[in-house]
Ligand binder design. Structure first.
Ligand SMILES: Nc1ncnc2c1ncn2[C@@H]1O[C@H](COP(=O)(O)OP(=O)(O)O)[C@@H](O)[C@H]1O
Ligand SMILES: [Mg+2]
Length: 374
């Protein structure tokens, strides 16, 4: 069937501008749409030259047309500069200025917790790859490893430096692949952290939020420890989380635990943006077209239905994912064409959309005040 202009507009209205948080149609960035049978061409206009953003948005547009209209569509995108867009964006930004400022992490637009009920399901792997995907897209990203007792970010980034402290006694995050990083693993010997008592751990986490120079960020991804303990509670009480992403494997036991994780967020009214099913299927390295559902199939879909949230992605079990974790280079950067990298990128895109939807529907999340009975 021949494609029409309206379909193109509607598909492109699903493509979000990473910094503006609006779709490219509402931002007036799409001009000169031409359609003929399966051929689609248009111009993407930018307020100023920005190669990285142009590349990211061009790819996102192509994907949107293939996904929402026709996978065989031939897409031809020109890019151009239109400075009047810049003025429009600045005016809009000024109009949006008098927003309520949050006291903790004032420069951070979105705070996302990556959680699970159980350890070892790949929470840190998901958090790292989401952060890396968002940074690749041109967002300003931070990643906070809140697993005090089992920090994994240092290994996953192959980074073991000590962060600097400013004269105001603020910690400066380390940086790699364009991601600002903070982990207990950068500060103390891992074996030392293991013997910490609960109150010490929670006060350390509080400091990660209040005494770190995170600066301006589009996304702060928090890699949570497994379960629903003190650290998770401290986090929801200290900052208004924008949303949470639940990681689970297809196994029933893992899903039961995931339900508990979700229940905690729902109780404190943090929106659950969706479920990411990790280790969803196995792809043998020598047979990349084969899929084996070794842990079962469809579990995350059931959980998502039960919670009325979407499945944001299904990440395959691939040897290179683990190797990426062990070698300090996330798979989305080490092997962009792998099935796992593609799945992570799709999950990140779906997460952005869920966030945009949520923001359009409801106001900002508030910090949770837990009241104890006398
Ligand atoms: N999709 C995957 N494919 C292969 N290995 C994975 C995948 N996801 C996670 N792993 C590996 O499983 C182990 C546990 O993952 P991790 O992210 O540390 O889990 P968690 O943070 O939930 O405890 C790590 O060695 C990691 O590299
Ligand atoms: Mg972990």
């Amino acid at each position: 069937m021949a494609i029409n202009k309206e379909q193109v507009k509607s598909a492109l209205s699903q493509v979000l501008h990473p910094q503006e948080k609006k779709d490219i149609i509402s931002l007036n960035m799409v001009q000169d749409i031409l359609v003929q049978e399966k051929y689609v061409s248009f111009t993407l206009e930018f307020p100023e030259k920005n190669d990285k953003l142009e590349m990211a948005l061009t790819t996102a547009c192509e994907n949107a047309i293939h996904k929402f209209i026709d996978k065989d569509a031939v897409v031809d995108i020109q890019t151009g500069v239109n400075i009047s867009l810049k003025r429009g964006a600045e005016e809009q930004q000024q109009a949006e200025q008098p927003q309520q400022q949050q006291e903790v992490l004032p420069g951070v637009k979105n705070i996302i917790a990556v959680a699970s009920g159980k350890g070892g399901v790949g929470k840190s792997t998901v958090a790292v790859n989401l952060a890396a995907t968002l940074a690749e897209k041109g967002f300003k990203v931070g990643l906070m490893d809140t697993d005090i007792y089992g920090p994994s970010i240092p290994t996953m980034f192959n980074l073991f430096d000590r962060p600097n402290i400013t004269t105001q006694k603020k910690l400066i995050p380390l940086e790699k692949y364009g991601i600002k990083l903070v982990s207990m693993g950068f500060l103390v010997d891992v074996n030392q952290a293991m013997v910490w008592r609960g109150p010490m751990a929670t006060s350390a986490i509080k400091q990660f939020m209040t005494d770190v120079e995170w600066g301006e960020l589009d996304y702060l991804i928090m890699d949570l420890p497994p379960g629903t303990g003190d650290i998770q509670l401290t986090i929801v009480q200290t900052v208004p989380l924008t949303g949470s992403v639940i990681v689970s494997t297809p196994q029933t036991v893992a899903l039961d635990d995931a339900r508990k994780g979700v229940a905690m967020f729902q109780k404190v009214k943090v929106p659950v943006l969706g479920v990411i099913e990790n280790m969803a299927y196995f792809v043998p390295p020598d047979m990349p077209d084969k899929k084996y559902h070794i842990f079962g199939k469809g579990g995350a879909t059931l959980l998502a239905q039960e919670l009325n949230v979407p499945v944001l992605g299904e990440i395959p079990l691939e040897q290179t994912v683990r190797e990426g974790g062990d070698n300090g280079k996330p798979i989305v950067l080490a092997d962009k064409d792998s099935a796992a990298a593609t799945a992570f990128m799709e999950a990140a895109g779906n997460m952005e959309q869920q966030l945009a939807l949520r923001k359009a529907k409801e106001g900002p999340t508030e910090k949770v005040e837990i009241k104890f009975r006398p």
